[in-house]
Write a protein that binds this ligand. Structure first.
Ligand code: AMP
Ligand code: MG
Length: 315
């Protein structure tokens, strides 16, 4: 691991990062959800560098990060009343809004007419957005399909060729933002995430949930929701009883929550569980287990985002 690529988010680190971004290259930075791999959203070349470094399929579009709601509006062709209300309540924060894309913004990844935008709540992300003076397209800073990074070390292990990582410590939410499409009459959930549906509904009323997945495993609603994602290298399985390991290739590592023994035991509170999930998966993967068995979490709505990530990790 090349320590020279990790910079503190002090004025010198931010200056270096902003310079790299303005030159059309990429920088990894902390957000309150996971670490992002950012590039100038107005530069097709810079955005192309994200796809190459991550080996991300071009049909999977990126979220554009901006410093405030005003800057988000500038990227939109239409800014619905619901977006005004949601931005007011939840930004800065882990909510991504999909709106109609302004014509001056290049089509990012997907060839459609929408853009996903959010204002991150992490002080380093906001400092970087202001220092660079650019909207930053930024997916999670990991190889496509891999486990998302919640520390600077995770980023470098997954993307050793990244030019620079700003180190802001561990990400407080530890799970990706909730993605909500507000282009229609009823808001549609495209990806469950850090922000729970209960708090969202207080502002939006009814939310349409994703349609059932198609037979071939591709989710129809959201272009980025491929079935295999967030996945360790080891074979990964979900089980109601993690002691049920007969016939599995060893060594077997287990991931449980309080109340059940396991190699890694996470909190029984869904928010705390989510905050530690990716770090635990990274540890299990690095420890060289041939199989990782994960205890099925509860079926309640509070666990929706965690269940979504685990089902993709185990796909
Ligand atoms: P990532 O940043 O890697 O966590 O992935 C970004 C996610 O945002 C994708 O998986 C998509 O589900 C979603 N997304 C980004 N842009 C759009 C868009 N224009 N329309 C719908 N979903 C989007
Ligand atoms: Mg990702």
């Amino acid at each position: 691991m090349s320590a020279g690529k990790i910079a503190l988010p002090d004025p010198e680190g931010l200056r270096r990062a902003a310079e790299i971004l303005r030159a059309g290259s990429v920088v990894a930075f902390p957000t309150e959800t996971v670490y992002g791999l950012g590039a100038d959203a107005f530069s097709e070349e810079a955005v192309g560098a994200i796809y190459r470094l991550k080996n991300r399929p071009t049909w999977n579009p990126l979220i554009v990060h901006v410093a405030d709601a005003e800057a988000a509006r500038d990227l939109a062709h239409e800014w619905p009343d619901l977006a005004v209300d949601l931005a007011e309540v939840f930004w800065p924060g882990p909510l991504t809004l999909v709106v109609r894309r302004a014509p001056h913004l290049p089509g990012i990844g997907a060839a459609n007419d929408t853009v996903a935008v959010r204002v991150p709540a992490h002080p380093v992300a906001l400092d970087l957005l202001r220092a660079a003076g650019l909207p930053l397209a930024a997916p999670s800073a990991n190889r496509s399909e891999g486990i998302s990074p919640t520390t600077a070390e995770h980023v470098l292990r997954s993307l050793p060729k990244v030019p620079l990582v700003l180190d802001g410590g561990a990400c407080p939410w530890g799970i990706e933002s909730t993605v909500l499409d507000v282009t229609g009459d009823v808001p549609r959930l495209l990806r469950p995430g850090a922000l729970g549906l209960r708090v969202l509904r207080d502002v939006t009323g009814r939310i349409a949930l994703p349609e059932a997945e198609t037979a071939d495993g591709a989710a129809r609603d959201s272009p980025g929701m491929s079935r295999r994602h967030y996945a360790p290298r080891a074979r990964t399985l979900l089980r109601t009883d993690v002691r049920d390991v007969e016939g599995l290739a060893g060594p077997v590592g287990t991931l449980t929550y309080e109340g059940s023994d396991g190699t890694e035991v996470l909190s029984a509170d869904p928010r705390e569980y989510a905050a530690d999930l990716y770090a635990a998966l990274h540890r299990l993967d690095d420890a060289g287990y041939a199989t990782i068995v994960i205890q099925e979490p509860p079926g309640t709505e509070d666990w929706l985002a965690v269940r979504d990530r685990l089902s993709r990790a185990a796909a």
